[in-house]
Write a protein that binds this ligand. Structure first.
Ligand SMILES: Nc1nc2c(c(=O)[nH]1)N[C@H]1C(S)=C(S)[C@@H](COP(=O)(O)OP(=O)(O)OC[C@H]3O[C@@H](n4cnc5c(=O)[nH]c(N)nc54)[C@H](O)[C@@H]3O)O[C@H]1N2
Ligand SMILES: Nc1nc2c(c(=O)[nH]1)N[C@H]1C(S)=C(S)[C@@H](COP(=O)(O)OP(=O)(O)OC[C@H]3O[C@@H](n4cnc5c(=O)[nH]c(N)nc54)[C@H](O)[C@@H]3O)O[C@H]1N2
Ligand code: SF4
Ligand SMILES: [Mo]
Length: 682
């Protein structure tokens, strides 16, 4: 008897696919994409097609363990859940009696599920009075930029890209990180659309588009201003849209005037014609859709870059068109009842907030010091910037570290208590996507493997041990989902747990031909698209978008650039999902080994041959990687597709040895790609 279970991909990926799991005698035998779910279109990516390899891997953590070796050595011995929970509860109680803010929860989007991503865990740490965590490692620059410009992280419906006649792929590798947008783009191309990429790296997707504008990393805001400059000079703006639905156009106009095409060409390292032609094409083709992804906001000026780009559709009125506008994220349409789920009202005292992108500093310099860290849904020893500082922190003998994981990751090696987590096939969840407008439900397909437990349940058990008797700690996974969707918010009306169980996924109550800002309706304080943002001014920031040069570049740090002349980008590798899957045999076979794409000219002056192991370094750290001579990057830029586990990399270190803890202009986000390095023969 084969059963088919409705599941939802839990990964940090805009596609949030609907999965069908075939189960025979309690064992999952096949995962596939739901053919009825419009974004999924019946296929999964190369990674999650192999989800069974993950779930049934012989390397899964099966029971709780405690450290027996030295910190970081990765030697553990089995203990019972009872002992694990008791140890954690005792240490937390002891530390909290002194100062609960010395306890740091540290999580990100290992699962995007509400139940296992941000529910009982939040309640637990709030009630405890632990430090709060600003979850900035990925999207806060772009997210805040969108909120300050259009009011929310809302954009073009990905299901309408097929209607566009011009598609701009701006800092995104669709085939790698957003593959379910590709059928929409293909359909548009078949109907005569042109596709233009804007990226310093000719990634695999950009091999398949009509044109590539290969600008210098971190200069996108300047490019956007150059485009606006040409549009205004040619009188191609939409006066009516500007008057009715935007705020601050006159101030913006002055800023735009500073960016002549010749100046922008110089900043971006491209020709004036590339700017002029693009601007004319963009302003005169309807519908014109921009897909901007998070890659370009991992620079000092990342927030302003997204803000400048988000101004473009308002300038030419392309929000009017179904299939026009810009898409960064759709998550702002899912206004779940997070107050009920996360219970911020339980917060004890006024705890500090620690920025997760500065984990190295938090573990080595914070006052009061972090004495305990509980890591779940993330692998900071591999993915966080300024890795040597992060490791220095995790090595502290006086730091009590709990890690809850599927596998013994680089971070797990530093745990004092290591707990086994369930995968998506083994727990229930509600998944909120950021690339489409369907709410997704995940039904457990199989029993937990070994003694693995879902995140929410571990926090429930810990709450019990710590004597937290608030009613909310008794809630089940189903209760949490019901609370999440109990809201008056119209797009969620009529969505119930029963319906989600029955249908697996539900489109929000929005029209098929959804064009979010066709007639204004921005959710900013003014109700307009805010070229000028009073809210940013109140934060002491420039109220207008601006161009902020990369912190590490010839322009802003000439001495640094003389010693470290290469801008290093480290975007996602196709077969990994951040550092997830980067330990499994068939995935490692696909990616082979860590490669550095380097321009031939840059290789030649360094005497580097194709296939040679090289040393990449700056003042923060160094790692080794195999050079691949490539015309995918211009001279001065190198690309290391990521994120490899340290312990599976040459020299047991990865690219984040070199990235910095510096933050973005808006949103205090990480700046992984604002990273100058030198490369030399080993
Ligand atoms: N297979 C796979 N899919 C993933 C992930 C993964 O690791 N693997 N990660 C997921 C996550 S967490 C995220 S946040 C998303 C989004 O992930 P993103 O970080 O947006 O990654 P990509 O789509 O690869 O696009 C990054 C592109 O931005 C380019 N880029 C870098 N700097 C600049 C710049 O200054 N200007 C411009 N114009 N382009 C620049 C890079 O060269 C690259 O081509 O992907 C998700 N999907
Ligand atoms: N150099 C460089 N560094 C980067 C980036 C880059 O482009 N370049 N990208 C950055 C970005 S965009 C992001 S989003 C971050 C991502 O970084 P992370 O959020 O750390 O993502 P992963 O590396 O996939 O690690 C997630 C971990 O959660 C675990 N996990 C999954 N499900 C569960 C669960 O239900 N319970 C528990 N307890 N654990 C679970 C997985 O096994 C996995 O080890 O990395 C950032 N780091
Ligand atoms: S990782 Fe992305 S593309 Fe792959 S199955 Fe999950 S949501 Fe779909
Ligand atoms: Mo991310």
């Amino acid at each position: 008897m084969t059963q088919i279970i409705h599941a939802a991909c839990p990964h940090d990926c805009p596609d949030t696919c609907a999965m069908l799991i075939e189960v025979e005698d309690g064992r999952a035998t096949k995962v596939s994409g739901d053919p009825n779910h419009p974004p999924t279109r019946g296929f999964l990516c190369t990674k999650v097609n192999r989800y069974l390899e993950r779930t049934y891997s012989p390397d899964r953590l099966l029971y709780p363990m405690k450290r027996v070796g030295k910190k970081g050595e990765g030697k553990f011995t089995r203990i019972s859940w009872d002992e694990a929970l008791q140890t954690i509860a005792e240490r937390f109680t002891e530390i909290a009696s002194d100062n609960p803010q010395s306890i740091l929860p540290y999580s990100y989007a290992g699962t995007m599920g509400i139940v296992n991503g941000a529910s009982m865990d939040r309640r637990f740490f709030h009630r405890l009075g632990a430090s709060l965590l600003a979850r900035t490692i990925c999207s806060s620059a772009g997210g805040d930029a969108m909120r300050h410009t259009v009011g929310a992280t809302i954009g073009t419906d990905s299901q309408n890209f097929h209607r566009a006649k011009l598609i701009v792929l701006w800092g995104t590798n669709t085939l790698t990180s957003n593959i379910h947008l590709w059928p929409e783009i293909k359909e548009a191309i078949d109907h005569g659309a042109k596709v233009i990429g804007i990226d310093p790296y000719r990634n695999e997707t950009l091999d398949r588009v009509h044109q590539l504008i290969q600008l210098r990393p971190g200069t996108d805001a300047a490019f956007a201003f150059g485009v606006m400059n040409v549009i205004l000079s040619a009188g191609l703006e939409d006066q009516d849209y500007l008057e009715k639905y935007t705020l601050g156009f006159n101030q913006l106009r002055n800023r735009i005037a500073e960016f002549s095409p010749s100046r922008v060409a110089e900043i971006c390292g491209i020709t004036e014609n590339e700017i002029v032609d693009f601007a004319r094409e963009y302003a005169t083709t309807k519908p014109a859709a921009i897909r901007v992804n998070y890659g370009l906001q991992r620079h000092a000026g990342g927030g302003n870059a997204v803000r400048a780009i988000a101004c473009l559709p308002a300038l030419i009125g392309s929000w009017r068109d179904v299939g026009g506008g810009v898409l960064l994220s759709t998550s702002g349409m899912f206004n779940l009842n997070l107050a009920a789920v996360e219970r911020p009202d339980l917060i004890r005292g006024t705890p500090r907030t620690i920025n997760m992108s500065c984990l190295g500093d938090a573990l080595t310099q914070a006052v009061p010091p972090v004495r305990a860290i509980y890591v779940y849904n993330t692998n900071p020893a591999a993915v966080a910037p300024d890795q040597s500082k992060v490791i220095e922190g995790f090595l502290r003998e006086d730091l009590f570290t709990v890690v809850h994981e599927h596998f013994q990751t680089d971070t797990a090696d530093y745990a004092d208590i290591l707990l086994p987590a369930t995968t998506q096939l083994e727990h229930r969840d509600l998944v909120k996507p950021y690339g489409h407008y369907y709410l997704m439900y995940n039904e457990p397909a199989i029993a937990p493997i070994g003694e693995a437990k879902p995140n929410w349940q571990v926090f429930q058990l810990l709450a019990e041990r710590m004597g937290f008797d608030d009613e909310c700690f008794k809630d089940t996974d189903e209760d949490i989902i019901r609370q999440a969707i109990s809201t008056d918010y119209a797009p969620l009306a009529g969505i119930t747990l029963e319906r989600l169980k029955e249908e697996g996924w539900v489109r929000l109550n929005i029209a098929e031909e959804f064009a979010p800002f066709a007639e204004g309706g921005f959710t900013t304080p003014s109700g307009k698209c805010e070229f000028y943002s009073e809210a940013l001014a109140n934060l002491g920031q420039d109220p207008l978008p601006q161009y902020v040069a990369p912190r590490e570049s010839k322009e802003s740090a000439p001495e640094l650039a003389a010693r470290f002349p290469i801008q290093l980008l480290s975007p996602p590798a196709r077969s990994f999902l951040n550092s997830s899957f980067a330990n499994l045999p068939s995935f490692l076979k696909d990616e082979k080994k860590p490669f550095l794409d380097i321009n031939e000219a840059d290789a030649k002056v360094r005497g580097i041959e194709d296939g040679e192991l090289v040393r990449v370094f700056n003042d923060r750290g160094e790692f080794q990687i195999t050079a691949r001579l490539s015309d995918r990057v211009k001279s001065g830029v190198a690309v290391a597709l990521s994120i490899w586990w340290n312990k599976l990399s040459p020299g047991r270190r990865n690219v984040n040895q070199t990235s910095s803890q510096a933050l973005t202009d808006i949103g205090a986000g990480a700046t992984f790609y604002d990273n100058l390095v030198q490369i030399e023969k080993l």
